[in-house]
Design a protein around this ligand. Structure first.
Ligand code: NAI
Ligand code: MG
Length: 356
């Protein structure tokens, strides 16, 4: 029996709804496989915890998470707590404290889900966005002076290091190499930003020499949004900075049909620490408690988690089940259906049980 210790942090809004669904699916996958166990430990960290304790997680939170094989995360954000507190209090300390420097965001059009792009269907949009997840624009470097005064100044400094850029570039080239098209697009803004971004381009060209079988090209981030919309077939693996990839992957999620289907993995490729798996979306106040949150993103990220743990059969089985259920039209309202979270979850569990 292979046992994996999973830390579940459902946190806020629809987070608990989708992580509950995900944990149910994981336990059915384990039953189906017979030789795998997922040992889930639940953490009540998040905005409710913050309102009680003044912090999003306990001071030794990272120490508590360290022994786990992976972290399964819902979403943070509450209407009555400022977003920079929820984000910097929980999700970012985990990403940064565990040096999860590769944020991997696959997007494709799932059968049964309609892209808002005309004439774009299954197979036309199949991307993986690799987001630098440890530095760049989200380094947390900056400050404010003369607060509240007319002469107030705020700085937000983007930090790019040779080590940081080289390791994400290598990760992205390797990932591109593992995909059938072996094609990578490197995104920057090196026309307007002359230092860090030009260094990105230079390091990309250096790392490219280690991967002679990978074809690659460069895009400026603004032009990239146009290419994603007008010519999605022309892209495959994409690497971009923390901020750029944050924005591009929301666009990617929307183009693939809904944020509700878009997953993300925060990976420590060196496996010194647990990696964290989550849906891209936030806590979605507008639908919290209605029972209609789309659990597909949370299932898909569980499949990324299984791949990371080396459980490739279970990962593939989960994705087959998700695709079957979506193709059968069992969809939540965000993707044009009228099924509930529970109905989609039950259907996926049934498909796993019936999968050969
Ligand atoms: P959001 O992702 O929560 O919601 C945007 C829109 O997409 C809403 O209309 C929502 O109903 C819909 N949506 C999102 N996930 C869905 C799902 N699974 N099924 C069906 N519909 C879904 O983004 P928003 O509204 O900008 O932010 C709400 C809160 O979430 C804020 O506090 C924000 O800071 C936080 N947030 C947290 C993230 C995280 O924990 N990683 C990521 C993004 C936002
Ligand atoms: Mg985002």
């Amino acid at each position: 029996m292979r046992t994996y210790k999973i830390a579940a942090i459902p946190a806020d809004g629809i987070g608990p709804e989708v992580i509950d669904a995900g944990s149910e699916v994981l336990s059915v996958l384990a039953q189906r496989a017979g030789d795998v166990r997922f040992d889930m430990t639940w953490f009540d960290w998040g905005s409710a915890y913050y309102k009680k304790n003044g912090v999003m997680m306990p001071e030794d939170g990272l120490e508590q998470l360290k022994p786990f094989d992976a972290i399964y995360f819902g979403a943070v954000g509450a209407p009555d707590v400022p977003d920079h507190i929820t984000l910097w209090g929980l999700r970012l300390p985990i990403c940064q404290g565990f040096d999860q420097y590769a944020n991997v965001r696959p997007t494709k059009i799932i059968p049964g889900v309609t892209s808002p792009l005309r004439n774009v269907g299954v197979g036309d949009l199949d991307w993986v966005i690799v987001r630098e997840n440890s530095e760049g624009e989200y380094s947390g470097h900056g400050g404010r002076a003369h607060r509240g005064m007319p002469e107030e100044v705020g700085t937000e400094v983007a930090i790019f290091t040779r080590v940081g850029v080289t390791r994400i570039m290598r990760y992205a080239f390797k990932l591109a190499q593992s995909r059938p098209r072996k094609f990578l697009t490197v995104v920057t803004k090196s026309n307007a930003q002359r230092f860090g971004m030009v260094m990105w381009d230079e390091i990309a060209a250096e790392v490219a020499q280690e991967f002679p079988d990978v074809t690659w090209d460069k895009m400026l981030v603004d032009a990239m949004t146009v290419r994603m919309v007008k010519n999605p077939q022309s892209l495959d693996t994409i690497v971009a900075t923390n901020l750029h990839a944050d924005i591009l992957s929301d666009l990617a999620g929307a183009l693939a049909g809904s944020l509700g289907v878009a997953p993300t993995a925060n990976i420590d490729p060196e496996r010194r620490f647990p990696s964290m798996f989550e849906p891209i979306h936030g806590s979605a106040f507008d639908i919290t408690g209605k029972g209609i949150a789309n659990p597909v993103a949370t299932f898909w990220t569980a499949s990324q988690m299984l791949d990371h743990l080396g459980e490739h059969d279970a990962s593939a089985r989960l994705m087959r089940a998700v695709e079957k259920v979506c193709a059968d039209g069992i969809l939540t309202p965000d993707v044009g259906g009228n099924a509930t979270t529970k109905e989609v979850t039950e259907a996926v569990c049934d498909a796993i049980r019936g999968d050969n």
